[in-house]
Design a protein around this ligand. Structure first.
Ligand code: ZN
Length: 405
């Protein structure tokens, strides 16, 4: 039986690695994934995947980010019995990865272009599920019904997975997602986030001639932010009734040094595993801006106005530890010779969106190191283990062992 298992897992390492490296050379920042998508479709055609199995949805028409193409979806009818399984990975890379020049260095793929990121996040995951599909086609391995999903626009807010055309997925009962470092890491939950925009409308005035007639929007903002900082509502937030993180990420305002700054726009986010606590953090921000606006007035007694808006960016989720998807995921990790490590992530994942679509999804790593930086690399042995794991899950290794023993 061990021998049978090994034979299922025997894959063409060289081929898999070349695919990952090639994928990293193709630019594909969020919203501009056409070229990398076309590469995958070419690979699928070469592997004799029937045209009727290949679809691209229209998620980019629903995404607030827009974008040039939708998610790539490939559905395979089962050649063995079993509930449909979903294998997924996001296609886009953070924008700094455009221009990557991947090169093999020992156990790693590194980047010759020191000014860019490598894009192992998430071309390693992209290559992982593509490899599983190619191996199935090449070796005609029996498998349950399968859906492969390459998502766009993960890095800007999980938009591809969130706005996926669910009807094209053909009702998978569980999902497996690749995005991260360690292949044995079984991520069963992830944090959620809310984003807010605060627009502070002060009063413009000539800064030299009549400064007393102005209300400086930045003065209002700075009072609010210093209060939030002092009270522990910025950065790592730890309160008696919850914890999370909060960040002010974008500030824009002012257009001349001789004008009292009339308007300032602030964008930020809060994250927590607890949705109620997210709202509490948001409330702290809203109240602080409103209080600060009351504290500053011009000679006429005029004050700034605050327009505050927030929305849920993605929802936290937590799979039950005894749910079938977790059990199957952990069995598969053991089958490839590793010990599973359960994990809950503090960043959003496409699995957050799948939870919304009621497709319970675990996430594994695929050898990504130092993501979103110019030091990014891909650890080759971890990537190849991820490929084996994906293949094992795609063909339902338990079926193979049963039928061949
Ligand atoms: Zn990623």
């Amino acid at each position: 039986m061990i021998r049978q298992r090994q034979s299922v897992l025997q894959l063409d390492d060289q081929d898999a690695l070349e695919r990952a490296v090639e994928l990293m050379t193709i630019p594909g920042p969020p919203g501009k994934e056409s070229e990398v998508q076309e590469y995958i479709v070419r690979v699928l055609r070469r592997a004799a995947v029937p045209e009727s199995w290949i679809r691209v949805d229209d998620c980019h028409r629903r995404s607030p980010f827009g974008g040039e193409t939708g998610n790539l979806i490939v559905t395979l009818p089962g050649t063995a019995k079993g509930p449909r399984r979903l294998l997924m990975a996001h296609l886009d890379t953070v924008p700094i990865c455009v221009g990557a020049q991947p090169v093999l260095r020992g156990h790693y793929v590194r980047n010759l272009n020191s000014a860019s990121g490598l894009g192992a996040d998430n071309r390693s995951g992209t290559a992982t599920i593509l490899t599983a599909l190619i191996e199935i086609m090449r070796r005609e391995l029996p498998h349950p019904p399968l859906t492969f999903l390459w998502c766009v626009q993960e890095e800007v807010g999980l938009y591809g997975s969130r706005y996926v055309d669910v009807s094209l997925l053909q009702k998978p009962t569980m999902g497996f997602n690749w995005d991260g470092d360690l292949p044995q890491r079984v991520t069963i939950g992830a944090i959620g986030a809310r984003r807010y925009t605060a627009v502070i409308q002060g009063v413009a005035s000539h800064a030299g001639v009549a400064p007393e007639r102005g209300v400086n929007a930045l003065v209002v903002a700075s009072l609010a932010i210093s209060e939030l900082h002092r009270r522990g509502w910025h950065g790592a937030v730890r309160k008696r009734d919850g914890q999370g993180t909060a960040n002010i990420g974008i500030v824009a305002g002012g257009n001349a040094t001789n004008v009292v700054m009339p308007e300032l726009r602030i964008e930020g986010e809060v994250r927590s595993h607890d949705r109620a606590f997210q709202k509490k953090m948001i409330a702290a921000y809203k109240e602080a801006f409103n209080r600060a606006a009351q504290a500053v007035s011009n000679v006429d007694g005029k004050r700034a106005r605050v327009k505050f808006k927030d929305h849920e960016s993605y929802r936290p989720f937590r799979l039950r530890e005894d749910s079938p998807v977790v059990t199957i995921a952990e069995e598969a990790v053991r089958a490839i010779g590793l010990e599973p490590e359960r994990y809950v992530a503090n960043g959003g994942l496409d699995a957050n969106s799948m939870a919304l679509h009621r497709i319970p999804t675990v996430t594994f790593g695929a050898g990504q190191r130092d993501v979103h930086t110019t030091r990014e690399s891909m650890h080759i042995p971890s990537f190849l283990r991820a490929c084996r794991l994906a293949l094992y899950l795609a063909v339902d290794g338990r079926i193979q062992e049963r039928t061949s023993s």
